[in-house]
Design a protein around this ligand. Structure first.
Ligand SMILES: Nc1ncnc2c1ncn2[C@@H]1O[C@H](COP(=O)(O)OP(=O)(O)OP(=O)(O)O)[C@@H](O)[C@H]1O
Length: 211
């Protein structure tokens, strides 16, 4: 999988968040998107992931030298992010079972095994609404890491995680990240120490943000 941005920009109303981004992302590589709070990391990540339309330029996905149809891009992408909600009425088991109907699990993985792996076996019968913020974050990470997609997008992946949770995140990167295209949005080097390319959204700021 290869993702190409050409002349890509996004604005909200009259304010440009980033402009003229010419970027290429390739499977088997891990990228970090950095920048201060409010600089546009999450916006850029959502544009890369096809969750938000660019205001100018293009985002294209290429697989085996064929261009992926824009309406199919979502099938190739898994995202964990603070702004993505989980269905709180479900237990973790129910939520992962529900999600796999739309995005299959990676080969050989079962929901039971995943719940155990993320340390929630003892809470598997509880509704997610009763989970702590760190437990919810583990569910979000599991949903993304264990989806059978070539592209894995992680926005602030260790939000609300304790030391054990941060280690779990690192282990998931090692276990489930190999060969995929990873992009991590973060200001914390702990979250992106494995990334071979570190990009700053500040490099794509126009001289003036208004036009
Ligand atoms: N839906 C929206 N409508 C208007 N402005 C928005 C919207 N979403 C984001 N913004 C603005 O775009 C800018 C970039 O926000 P974004 O969330 O991408 O930054 P970020 O670098 O990820 O921040 P943080 O590090 O705090 O998570 C901010 O000024 C924000 O207020």
């Amino acid at each position: 999988m290869r993702i190409e941005l050409s002349g890509t920009g996004r604005r909200f109303n009259q304010d440009w968040i980033f402009r003229r981004a010419d970027l290429s992302f390739t499977s088997g590589e891990a990228y970090a998107l950095t920048g201060p709070n409010g600089s546009g990391k999450s916006t850029l990540l959502q544009v890369i992931g096809g969750l938000m339309q660019p205001s100018e330029g293009k985002v294209t996905y290429h697989q085996d030298d064929k261009t992926v149809a824009p309406e199919s891009i979502f099938q190739h992408v898994a995202l964990a992010a603070p702004y993505l909600e989980v269905i709180e009425e479900f237990t973790a088991t129910e939520f992962l079972e529900f999600h796999r109907r739309f995005k299959p699990l990676r080969a050989g993985r079962s929901v039971q095994e995943i719940v155990d792996r993320i340390g929630l076996a003892g809470a598997a019968h509880k509704q997610i609404r009763q989970y702590s913020s760190g437990m919810k974050q583990r569910v979000k990470l599991a949903q993304a890491f264990y989806s059978d997609t070539p592209v894995l997008l992680l926005d602030e992946p260790t939000s609300n995680l304790d030391a054990t949770g941060i280690q779990l995140y690192k282990d998931l990167v090692a276990e489930e990240g190999a060969g995929r295209l990873l992009i991590v949005c973060s200001n914390d080097p702990v979250e992106y120490e494995f990334c071979n390319t570190v990009l700053s959204v500040m490099d794509y700021k126009p001289a003036t943000t208004r036009r």
